[in-house]
Design a protein around this ligand. Structure first.
Ligand SMILES: Nc1ncnc2c1ncn2[C@@H]1O[C@H](COP(=O)(O)OP(=O)(O)OP(=O)(O)O)[C@@H](O)[C@H]1O
Ligand SMILES: [Mg+2]
Length: 212
């Protein structure tokens, strides 16, 4: 019933990684989940297909028309529909934002990414204005490098963007980058780094469930 979309036209900010982990986390909690892959590279749907017995349905919707026409019926059949937005294609992103209940913008704390976060925020604000309210929205920092000044600057800068920034920061870790190749999620990996990342995702998703 609830459509939660990870959108940001900037490539590589962790939309697919977070979508797959969120869809898996929700399914492990016993919810019915569909992952909608809106990216031409199809990385998140291929990734979900590789997970053992996840029970997550997959739908590939790659045009704005498909998103607008098919998302409601998919949403009706599942507790949660998680949409992995595309890089670049703002028309598809716009269509997603016209259908989503919640929009989550992952943002990498680098100069270039922070500048394009403003574009991602603008699309969300436009959708909110047209729809007179929804989607609810939040930003979070993804792939942040521990101890760097950029991370603090990003929090200060994004904090001014009219869209709330989630407290949880997902740090850059090799184990997260490894999950696609390992055909799993951080919850399948052993070691301290994987447990730290698992804890970060858990905290992020709990916060996300409160975005209204
Ligand atoms: N927390 C993290 N630590 C390390 N690597 C990460 C992390 N999150 C994502 N990555 C890696 O960063 C790259 C980009 O991530 P991902 O594909 O999820 O981004 P995306 O926003 O979906 O990109 P695109 O816009 O191209 O679809 C991938 O190689 C992924 O493994
Ligand atoms: Mg992607």
């Amino acid at each position: 019933m609830t459509v939660i979309a990870f959108t940001n036209q900037k490539g590589g900010c962790s939309k697919s990684t977070t979508s797959v982990h969120f869809a898996y986390w929700l399914s492990q909690k016993g919810h019915t989940v569909c992952l909608v892959d809106s990216d031409a590279q199809r990385s998140s749907s291929i990734w979900i297909e590789c997970l053992d017995n996840s029970g997550i349905d997959i739908s590939v919707l790659q045009s704005a028309d498909e998103v607008l026409d098919r998302l409601p019926e998919i949403s009706d059949k599942h507790d949660y529909t998680v949409v992995d937005g595309p890089a670049g294609l703002s028309e598809v992103t716009r269509a997603i934002l016209f259908r989503a209940d919640v929009s989550v913008i992952p943002c990498q704390p680098t100069g270039v990414d922070l500048r394009s976060a403003a574009d991602a925020v603008k699309l969300v604000r436009q959708a909110q204005s047209v729809r007179n309210g929804p989607p609810a929205a939040a930003l979070f920092l993804a792939r942040a490098v521990k101890g760097t000044k950029l991370k603090d600057e990003a929090i200060a800068l994004l904090g001014k963007s009219n869209i709330p920034i989630l407290k949880t920061v997902i740090h850059q870790k090799q184990c997260v980058a490894d999950t696609f190749g390992q055909r799993g999620t951080v919850w399948d990996l052993s070691g301290r780094a994987a447990s730290e990342s698992a804890m970060e995702f858990e905290q992020l998703f709990q916060e996300l469930m409160e975005v209204k």
